[in-house]
Write a protein that binds this ligand. Structure first.
Ligand code: KG4
Ligand code: ZN
Length: 337
């Protein structure tokens, strides 16, 4: 059994987890800075990095304790190496390097986007190949996974990410950060056909969401107060969800992928989960809600599969380069289809 300890500090969550064989969660601990950043309406990178530094050691201790493992039980230490906020990433990378050195264990660098998709290996029997729709606060991509951590990008946003559109529209509506869960909650009681927001026409499997945000703004400028917030939320959400599903299903037909994986923070969206399952001709794998948003269990899951192929990495054996090598190997590349 290969047990990995993983650290995730790419944004505003200080997360540490212990996972066996990339599938079984032994512990999954997290301190969220969400409330702190709510005051500013978004994540402040320097504040986030300092908070990670305060919290990282206690979250590592907690994760090891809850998993009931000793350093000698571990097959390696994993950490997110990008993409993310550079200051926050450095806290996790430095802590992971220190642990790998102190405990004489291999260090595995993990791409954050690949990790989001690997959340679907946890507590499931998902096997590649499959198509993944990754929708987070910073990224929106359709990827084809030919192997556990090997992916090619088939389509991506040319401007705002889906989560970013949620957060920006929520702000226009006067809702708090992060906007996705707020809009999701309000949309349940709203009429999604009340407002017709335009779907961007972008070639192939790429997306664009910045025009949608502007369309909501123009609409609000014409509306009298009080705004029908629930109808606005439902209409905006329907446009985003329809666009995401339309492109994903088209990519599934093109690639003939035998399964679809939904990943990233926006994968927690009720309507996206429900509609994708009902419309997909192939099985859909969805992580549990707490595994959609940033967490370290997904990083440990990715590490288990990267570790299988790069067994020689270790800190004493040029690990500084090892994590970068692993990162560039697992980083998704663009595929034209
Ligand atoms: O993956 P994630 O935790 O962090 C990044 O890597 O970006 O994603 C955060 C994003 C935020 O934009 C947040 O508004 C969005 O995921 N989000 C949601 C929902 N829960 C979180 N968007 C729509 N519906 C939700 N239920
Ligand atoms: Zn993320």
């Amino acid at each position: 059994m290969a047990i990995y300890l993983a650290l995730e500090t790419s944004c505003d969550e200080t997360a540490v987890a212990v996972v066996a064989d990339g599938r079984r969660i032994l512990s999954n601990c997290l301190i969220s800075q969400m409330q702190l950043h709510q005051t500013y309406g978004g994540v402040v990178p320097e504040v986030a990095a300092r908070e990670h530094l305060e919290d990282i050691n206690s979250v590592i201790e907690l994760a090891m304790e809850q998993a009931s493992v000793k350093p000698s039980d571990l097959a390696g230490i994993a950490c997110t190496v990008g993409p993310g906020l550079i200051g926050t990433l450095l806290v996790g990378i430095s802590a992971a390097k220190a642990l790998a050195f102190a405990w004489d264990l291999p260090l595995i660098g993990v791409d954050h986007l690949i990790a989001h998709v690997c959340a679907s290996y946890l507590e499931s029997d998902l096997q590649p190949p499959f198509l993944a729709l990754l929708v987070s606060g910073g990224h929106t991509q359709i990827m084809y996974f030919s192997d556990f951590t090997q992916a090619e990008v088939i389509g991506q946003t040319i401007d705002d990410a889906a989560g970013e559109a949620y957060d920006k529209v929520a702000r226009l509506l006067g809702l708090s950060y992060p906007g996705g869960p707020e809009i999701d909650r309000l949309a349940v009681t709203g009429n999604k056909t009340k407002f017709k927001f335009p779907k961007a026409s972008v070639d192939g499997y790429d997306f664009s969401f910045s025009g949608l945000k502007t369309a909501v703004l123009r609409c609000l400028q014409k509306l009298e107060q009080p705004w029908p917030i629930a109808d606005l939320a439902a209409s905006f959400q329907a446009t985003v969800v329809n666009t995401l599903i339309e492109k994903t299903l088209a990519a599934q037909i093109k690639t003939q992928a035998p399964a679809i994986v939904l990943a990233g923070g926006v994968a927690a969206n009720c309507s996206l989960r429900k509609d994708l399952i009902s419309m997909s001709p192939v099985p859909v794998f969805l992580p549990k809600l707490n595994l959609c948003t940033d967490n370290a269990a997904m990083v440990a899951a990715a590490a288990a599969y990267i570790g299988r192929t790069n067994e020689t990495q270790s800190l004493t054996n040029k690990a500084e380069n090892a994590y970068l090598t692993a990162y560039s190997r697992s980083k998704p590349r663009r595929k034209n289809c």
